[in-house]
Every structure is written in structure tokens, then in C-alpha cells.
Design a protein around this ligand. Structure first.
Ligand SMILES: Nc1ncnc2c1ncn2[C@@H]1O[C@H](COP(=O)(O)OP(=O)(O)OP(=O)(O)O)[C@@H](O)[C@H]1O
Ligand SMILES: [Mg+2]
Length: 390
């Protein structure tokens, strides 16, 4: 049996099954310390008539033979020297038992591993996977291919020798969470992924909501040559500072208000909740009046109610327009007509349209009964505006 493979030298010998059906163990002296935790190894097996490399991952490393404790009695003398003095010159003394979790052989047609569900026979040589094989089986994409995100390279190999390239479409159309302990590099990884998305081979359109201001450096990168190409592509980055971002008050719900007003008492919360509910009903009513007017622009009362809501919301321009439509289309004896003229005056005043205000006020005083509740206020307003009644 040929134990030596010029590219992937044999590093150990299979010993037997592990604790679970997907594990096996092998024994190695590991003189060059290449069998690290997380490292990829394989053994060869015959599957359905062809020889396959059954890949697995090192999950545990346990010493099974160490120097006797007495060899370490003097910290100034290495145990190897003691062994030499005692005549042990043969193979390295230490031995390790390595546990491997089987992934299976890589099937390119499926883009995945197939597990033969059979641990290796004792005595089978175990090899370290080549960089090339790992690059092929760990990454479905290659660097700078369209839709590829190059995030780094395999830690257990020399820097850059096994690039890890992930498929952007696997998460850009769905979701992605980066989960790790504090300081492990989550934000950094997110930054690398964003840079890759901005490169000319991807040209992605990215929106970042960055409450901690961690990604502001992306703005400087827009002109860097890594992100531009000969065809003149360059990412367009715009950063909005918190003070430039405005949120419409009517999009906030009770949960948002609680977050913005942390010291709200229970009673205050109750009152605010009620007010927000009423506001919601009012907004629904506003939409209904608008729909009604779109269907029939002569619905005087719809104009009046819509104008009243708009005036409450200080949208005077719009309010004035609908008060005017209401007064124009209403029948002469309509109950709310004096109120419509009075309200029209107020919006006109707000918009500093003095003539309009005076004209509406005069009309109000003309049609409102002597005991109309706002008549005294109307007379005062007329005086202020400098108008007079005959
Ligand atoms: N791949 C990497 N190479 C070099 N340095 C890195 C790498 N990843 C992270 N760092 C550095 O490690 C530190 C912590 O990284 P980072 O802020 O990304 O961690 P985090 O997981 O987002 O932390 P937190 O949970 O506090 O948000 C930073 O100084 C960062 O520059
Ligand atoms: Mg972070």
C-alpha cells in the first residue's frame, strides 16, 4: 500500500469509530503541528466502484502518549533531552488521538457532500486536504466573480491560500444574521461584506441604517481605485446624518412614543394612547372625505369636514381651499354655513390673506344669528382687521 502521496502526505492512521456514527478517530505524532482543531482531513474509500476522498473536520485532539512526568522534573532540561539521555532516539515520543467529524465526499453535481455512513477501517492512512480541494469545496464562487463576496481565507492555512468566497444572492434576497460574542468582529465582517457589494463586479445598491456611526468610512472609499473600474464605474455613496433624517409624527405608534418618552407615567400613557387612537380614526375619516370629494366635488359637507380636520392639523392652504368649496356649494340655509365662513376667516388670517379674511368674516356676521356663539369674537376680529360693517 502506498502511504506516501507527494501532494497530500499521510499524517496519521485511522484507529476506529468515534462516539457518534459520524465520527472516527486517528492516531498521529503530528510532528509539524499541522493537525489543528477545525482542520480538514480525508481518507480514501471505494464508493460505488470509484475511489473517493472522504473529507472530515478535526473536532478534538487528545494526547495519548506523553513523556512520563518524571522527564519534566527540571524546568531547565527539556523532556526530549532526558529521553535522549535514557536512550530513546527513535520516533517522536508524543502521540495524539484525533477525533474527526465526517462530512463525506464532495459531489460537484450537487454542490454538496455525500456521507457514505461508513467509518474508515483501522489502519487507513489519513491525509491533510490540499488547499486546492478546500478552495473548491468550501466556496461555490471565485474571487471577483459577479455575485461573489470574498470575506477572507481559511484560518488554519497560510493567509490567502484557501480563499472563502460566499454567494451574495444567498442572502441579499433574503436575510442574514451575523452572530458572535462581543468584539469578535461582527461589525468588521459586515463592513467587508458591504465593501464587496460596492465593488465593480457587484455594483450593488446598498442602504445602511447605522445608528452607531460605524460605517462612515464607506464614504471615503467611493473614490478608491479598488471600487472603480476602467469603464468609469464608481460607487455613489451618500451618508445621511441623524439630523437630516426626519420621521413623520403620524408614522409613530405607542411603542415609539414609549421609547421616546421613557418617563411616561401609567396615566399619561393611557391618555396618550387614547389620543393616538382618536387621531387614527380622524386620519381614516380624512381619507374617506377625500375619496368622497374625488367622486363628487359638490359634496359641500364633505368639503367642510375635510377642511376642519386640515385646519386642526395647521394645513391652512388646503383648509382654505376646502372651506371655500364648502361655502360655494352649500345650500343658503345650511346649518353649518356660518361656522364654515368663520373657520375660513381663521385660515385666511393665518395665511395673511387679509382681504379674504375680511370678506369671509363679513359674510359670517351677515348670516350668523344674533346669538351665534362666536359672534362676539367675530366682531373683535373685524375690528383688529380694520374692517367695518354697515
Ligand atoms: N478580520 C479582522 N481582522 C483584523 N481585525 C479585525 C477583524 N475583525 C475585527 N477586527 C478588529 O477587532 C475589533 C472588534 O471588531 P468589531 O468591532 O467588528 O467587533 P463586534 O463583534 O462588532 O463587537 P461588538 O459586539 O462590540 O459590536 C475591532 O478593532 C476590529 O477592527
Ligand atoms: Mg459591532
Amino acid at each position: 500500500m502506498a502511504l506516501e502521496n507527494p501532494i497530500n502526505p499521510c499524517i496519521g492512521t485511522a484507529k476506529g469509530p468515534g462516539e457518534t456514527p459520524h465520527e472516527y478517530t486517528f492516531v498521529t505524532p503530528d510532528t509539524d503541528e499541522s493537525v489543528k482543531n477545525g482542520e480538514f482531513v480525508y481518507y480514501e474509500a471505494n464508493v460505488a466502484g470509484s475511489s473517493r476522498q472522504i473529507v472530515g473536520r478535526v473536532t478534538q485532539r487528545r494526547p495519548i502518549r506523553l513523556y512520563p512526568d518524571s522527564f519534566m522534573a527540571d524546568p531547565r532540561v527539556p523532556p526530549g533531552h532526558v529521553a535522549g539521555m535514557l536512550g530513546y532516539h527513535a520516533d517522536p515520543h508524543e502521540l495524539f488521538e484525533i477525533t474527526v467529524r465526517i462530512l463525506g465526499f464532495y459531489e460537484p453535481a450537487l454542490g454538496d457532500f455525500i456521507n457514505p455512513r461508513l467509518p474508515p477501517r483501522a489502519g487507513k492512512p489519513v491525509h491533510l486536504c490540499s488547499d486546492d480541494l478546500l478552495a473548491k469545496i468550501l466556496s461555490k464562487r471565485t474571487i471577483e466573480q459577479r455575485g461573489s463576496i470574498h470575506v477572507g481565507s481559511l484560518l488554519s492555512r497560510d493567509p490567502g491560500s484557501v480563499p472563502i468566497v460566499i454567494d451574495a444572492s444567498a442572502f441579499t434576497s433574503t436575510h442574514l444574521a451575523i452572530i458572535a460574542s462581543t468584539g469578535a468582529g461582527k461589525s468588521y465582517l459586515a463592513g467587508v461584506m458591504l465593501e464587496e457589494l460596492m465593488k465593480p463586479h457587484n455594483r450593488a445598491c446598498v442602504l445602511i441604517i447605522d445608528p452607531h456611526g460605524e460605517y462612515s468610512t464607506l464614504e471615503e472609499m467611493a473614490n478608491h481605485e479598488t471600487f472603480t473600474d476602467e469603464a468609469g464605474y464608481r460607487p455613489n455613496v451618500r451618508v445621511f446624518k441623524p439630523e437630516q433624517v426626519k420621521v413623520r409624527v403620524n408614522t409613530l405608534d405607542m411603542g415609539d412614543y414609549r421609547a421616546l418618552l421613557p418617563n411616561l407615567s401609567e396615566r399619561q400613557g393611557y391618555v396618550l394612547n387614547g389620543a393616538l387612537r382618536d387621531l387614527g380614526k380622524e386620519t381614516a375619516a380624512l381619507a374617506s372625505y377625500q375619496r368622497a370629494i374625488a367622486l363628487d366635488s359638490t359634496l359641500a359637507e364633505a368639503h367642510f369636514k375635510l377642511a376642519s380636520i386640515l385646519q386642526d392639523r395647521r394645513r391652512h392652504q388646503q383648509a382654505l381651499k376646502h372651506f371655500a368649496a364648502a361655502t360655494k356649494t352649500a345650500a343658503p340655509k345650511t346649518r353649518w354655513l356660518p361656522d364654515a365662513y368663520f373657520a375660513l376667516t381663521k385660515s385666511a388670517q393665518r395665511l395673511r390673506r387679509k382681504k379674504r379674511a375680511i370678506a369671509a368674516l363679513k359674510k359670517y356676521l351677515e348670516i350668523a344669528g344674533k346669538k351665534h356663539p362666536t359672534r362676539p369674537e367675530g366682531l373683535r376680529m373685524l375690528q383688529q382687521l380694520g374692517g367695518s360693517i354697515k
